[in-house]
Ligand binder design. Structure first.
Ligand SMILES: Nc1ncnc2c1ncn2[C@@H]1O[C@H](COP(=O)(O)OP(=O)(O)OP(=O)(O)O)[C@@H](O)[C@H]1O
Length: 593
């Protein structure tokens, strides 16, 4: 039996069949930072000002192009399909976006690398051309959880196995579909029976509705159903509670975020004093920014807490440096990794040296690695830069050789960090307090510990990127803080949902955002359906108690912003206590509720 994500299934296929997918041995997955850096360079090449939708700040342009390319990939639209789309009468892609997409793909091709969005698309394309390869995995049954979050590219991947004779079970909940903005299809559960004609014609599709909930108290489930049933649906949602504890639902109103934070911190203390561990409490919000004051209150009250988010070991700067060396070891053409480590440790290769190496690379269509050899001999290269380039070239050659000789990953890392090789550790030590985190050496030790458990470098690099992209596990000894999007699949005894303001939740930007980014499935685009599903997910995380809180005046960025309460209170039939009239003094009061 094999376990994994659809991404990792596609990655395994590509490892086995890299040539069929147009990849060379040693291909690597780019981290999000690496893909972003490539895209930033692409933006400069493609004259985005020709697209009137892209007449905005540099950062705005970049974000928009990045998101449009991601959407195309999530919808299974590779560069070939994008070219057909551009040429068609009903095109949904603009010439500038297509050009950016193409340049981005060319850069990745040159670097023998893929981004996350490529995995399913590239595997499916190779499978379609070589159908016999689908049988390599010998999958007779496939079970996919969280099916409602599947995008078109992943659906195509699943379909390849189904077409090859595999049976399929999917588990999901349309009311927990939160990723339309990332390409998930909002009615996937409902439509699934019709999406697999092969299964329907052979054995039929059996739909099993799971209504018994063994997590939450009945009153909490009733509230969740009230929210879910506000959305149009073919069948009314009913959940039957099975745990025998009474649920507590509270709606709270505060004049200021400071008051809200202090109240929540006080409640957490009471809950913990009653014998519940910190790890059984979560404070969630539509946006991280509305949790700022809660965090301050938790810190002031010395309440241990944990932010969920992208803080994994793999994402730390030190790990990213060492990973770049490792990626270069198996793929010396990965320019983006090369650029990261050219000056880490510093070796006389400053930005201008890296720039001339890059220019040579662009002019001669070579890689940075090849350009390095040119740079060493080039006229005008300073002795210091020359020495730096020479030492770097020696290191890369050593690393390449180590991989071809199958040296264990731990020995390769040892070369990178120790004085017998790159001497990275010493450099990090010397940088303490000069831009590197104080705990960098600890992070480096943790990373080395992790690598010492690995046998296969390429597999490790692929899996490390995949796992760093996944959500982190919650830790039991700390109050969890995070966004509603990040809380899927988790559960706590007590949940606080803050920031229930009209200007925050439902997010006034949500429909605009969905309309812009879901050009392929616009059914939900002008609605708050997805925001309701988000609230539904938040409520169903709680076992025993849920608090929904509204704050009249917040200072998200220093300036006070006032807002009426979220329309969700009324929809839920929850009544808020009345607040005193607006007045500067009471708005600063820490304890008005
Ligand atoms: N048969 C059972 N008996 C007792 N407890 C159960 C049973 N099945 C599930 N549970 C408990 O119910 C809770 C929810 O289960 P689980 O996480 O599997 O549901 P889910 O449908 O995946 O939830 P969601 O998708 O909403 O996150 C868990 O605490 C789990 O331990």
């Amino acid at each position: 039996m094999r376990f994994g994500t659809l991404h990792s299934l596609a990655a395994s296929y590509l490892r086995k069949n890299h040539t069929l997918a147009g990849l060379k041995k040693g291909w690597t997955i780019l981290s999000d930072d690496e893909s972003e850096n490539i895209l930033k360079e692409v933006i400069d090449i493609v004259s985005p000002e020709e697209d009137k939708r892209l007449r905005m700040s540099q950062h705005g342009k970049f974000r928009r192009v990045r998101e449009e390319i991601a959407r195309l990939k999530e919808n299974g639209i590779g560069i070939h399909e994008a070219a057909s789309n551009l040429a068609s009468q009903h095109r949904t892609i603009t010439p500038v976006i297509f050009e950016a997409y193409k340049e981005y793909e060319i850069s990745k091709y040159r670097m023998n690398s893929l981004d996350f969005g490529d995995l399913a698309i590239r595997a499916v394309r190779a499978m379609r051309k070589n159908p016999e390869t689908v049988y390599q995995f010998n999958i007779c049954h496939l079970l996919v959880d969280e099916w409602q979050d599947t995008n078109k590219a992943q659906l195509d991947l699943v379909n390849m196995f189904v077409d090859a004779g595999s049976t399929l079970s999917v588990v999901g909940d349309d009311d927990q579909s939160l990723y339309a903005f990332r390409g998930a299809l909002p009615h996937l559960m409902e439509e699934t029976p019709s999406l697999f004609p092969k299964l329907s014609s052979v054995a039929g599709v059996e739909v099993v509705t799971l209504q018994t909930n063994r997590r939450s108290a009945s009153s909490i489930l009733d509230l969740a159903c009230v929210v879910a049933n506000q959305n149009p649906r073919s069948q009314k949602k009913t959940l039957i509670g099975h745990i025998g504890v009474p649920g507590v639902i509270e709606a709270k109103a505060f004049v200021s975020d400071r008051a809200e934070g202090q109240w929540i911190a006080g409640e957490v203390k009471k809950i913990v004093a009653g014998g519940t561990p910190h790890g059984q409490v979560a404070i969630l919000s539509r946006n991280r920014i509305t949790l700022k004051n809660v965090e301050k209150a938790l810190i002031s009250d010395n309440i241990p807490h944990l932010w969920r988010g992208n803080c994994s070991l793999i994402r730390r700067s030190v790990s990213a440096d060492v990973m770049s060396y490792l990626k270069l070891a198996i793929n010396p053409h990965l320019d983006i990794a090369f650029r990261r480590i050219a000056g880490r440790p510093s070796r006389g290769l400053g930005p201008s040296s890296v720039l001339s190496i890059s220019q040579y690379m662009a002019d001669t269509d070579s890689t940075l690695y090849e350009a390095l050899s040119w740079f060493i001999e080039a006229e005008g290269t300073s002795a210091r830069a020359q020495a730096g380039a020479r030492s770097l070239a020696t290191h890369i050659a050593w690393l390449e050789n180590a991989v071809s000789e199958d040296l264990p990953p731990r020995e390769i890392v040892e070369y990178v960090i120790s004085s017998k090789g790159v001497n990275y550790k010493e450099w990090i030590r010397s940088r303490k307090g000069k831009g590197e985190g104080d705990d960098s050496l600890v992070v480096l030790a943790d990373f080395c510990d992790l690598i010492s458990m690995q046998d296969d470098l390429q597999e490790f690099l692929i899996m490390a990127e995949l796992s760093a992209n996944a959500d982190e596990d919650s830790e039991n000894g700390r109050v969890h803080m995070g966004t509603l999007h990040g809380c899927k699949g988790l559960e706590w005894d007590h949940v606080f949902i803050t920031g229930m303001e009209a200007n925050n939740f439902p997010s006034p930007n949500a429909s605009k955002h969905l309309r812009r980014w879901s050009p392929f499935d616009t059914r939900d685009s002008s609605t708050v359906f997805e925001e309701r599903r988000l609230l539904h997910v938040g409520i169903t995380r709680a076992r025993k108690g849920i608090v929904l809180s509204y704050t009249r005046g917040r200072r998200p960025f220093g300036k006070m912003v006032m807002s009426p309460e979220s329309s969700f209170f009324k929809e839920c039939g929850l009544h808020l206590p009345e607040l005193p009239p607006v007045n500067r003094a009471s708005d600063q009061s820490p304890s008005v509720e």
